[in-house]
Design a protein. Structure first.
Length: 255
């Protein structure tokens, strides 16, 4: 099973950021905004994309630096989201981070990095005393993850475009212990992880996955499988607080 490297994904990101109607998961942004009182804080947004979250934090009084290795992303951010408290820089974070920050944010990026734990160690070294790292990442410990990971692990199915790692809260618990950081976490997007959004997503996704695998799976069988999931699994799993499709993790310095 071959794994891509982060540098090979740059063209994918540049192409994605050029899409005019590209929308990020605003629920993630809303949840992140609740985590801190941003006024007067120095914040580094790693993988800032087109700058929307960095802009939202700057409006709340934080002094934000947004960095990304996509030229297209930084150009878009500069044109769309400017604020006196906000600056942007094209940076490959695997090679360079400068300064110390109260908060380092990285939204939906850790799973795309070659060495997630090494990157977290770097983040910690650039925190001020009592600083914190705020991360979000897809959570694969739910029905969505079980189904797609089975296809990926057993049949080499192409289940995502850019993920290099398929993380769960177990990874973040282990990393927090190794880094001697305090961890608080939760999951969101429960319908996507094991509810109605899951069924709708798989209805579109599974035929494409099987086509890419060159497997002739009849639509009737897919529909029967999804019906069983909807009737026998969703009523239970959508009640699980830990089963949301997105994990939100806050790793804090103790002193």
């Amino acid at each position: 099973m071959k794994m891509n490297q982060n540098i090979k994904l740059k063209k994918i990101y540049d192409k994605t950021f050029k899409k005019k109607n590209r929308v990020r998961e605003t629920d993630e942004f809303k949840e992140v905004l609740k985590i801190d009182q941003w006024t007067g804080k120095t914040i580094l947004d790693v993988g800032c994309g087109t700058g929307k979250l960095a802009y939202m934090i700057a409006k709340k009084g934080g002094k934000v630096k947004g960095i990304d290795y996509s030229t297209t992303a930084i150009e878009t951010a500069l044109s769309k989201y400017s604020h006196p408290n906000l600056s942007y820089e094209k940076v490959d974070v695997s090679k360079k981070i400068s300064g110390k920050y109260d908060v380092i944010i990285s939204i939906g990026t850790l799973e795309h990095m070659d060495q997630p734990y090494t990157m977290l160690k770097k983040f910690k070294n650039h925190l001020k005393p009592r600083g914190k790292i705020i991360l979000t990442s897809p959570n694969w410990a739910n029905p969505r993850g079980f189904i797609l990971m089975t296809l990926w692990a057993l049949f080499d199915a192409p289940i995502t475009l850019a993920d290099l790692h398929y993380l769960t809260p177990v990874d973040f618990i282990k990393w927090a212990e190794q880094l001697e950081l305090k961890l608080n976490w939760k999951t969101i997007e429960h319908s996507w992880g094991g509810g109605d959004k899951l069924i709708a997503d798989l209805k579109q996704r599974l035929p494409k996955v099987f086509k890419d695998m060159k497997m002739n799976v009849k639509q009737q069988k897919i529909d029967l499988f999804l019906k069983w999931i909807n009737q026998r699994v969703v009523p239970i799993t959508q009640l699980s607080e830990e089963g949301g499709a997105i994990g939100i993790y806050v790793l804090s310095k103790r002193k």
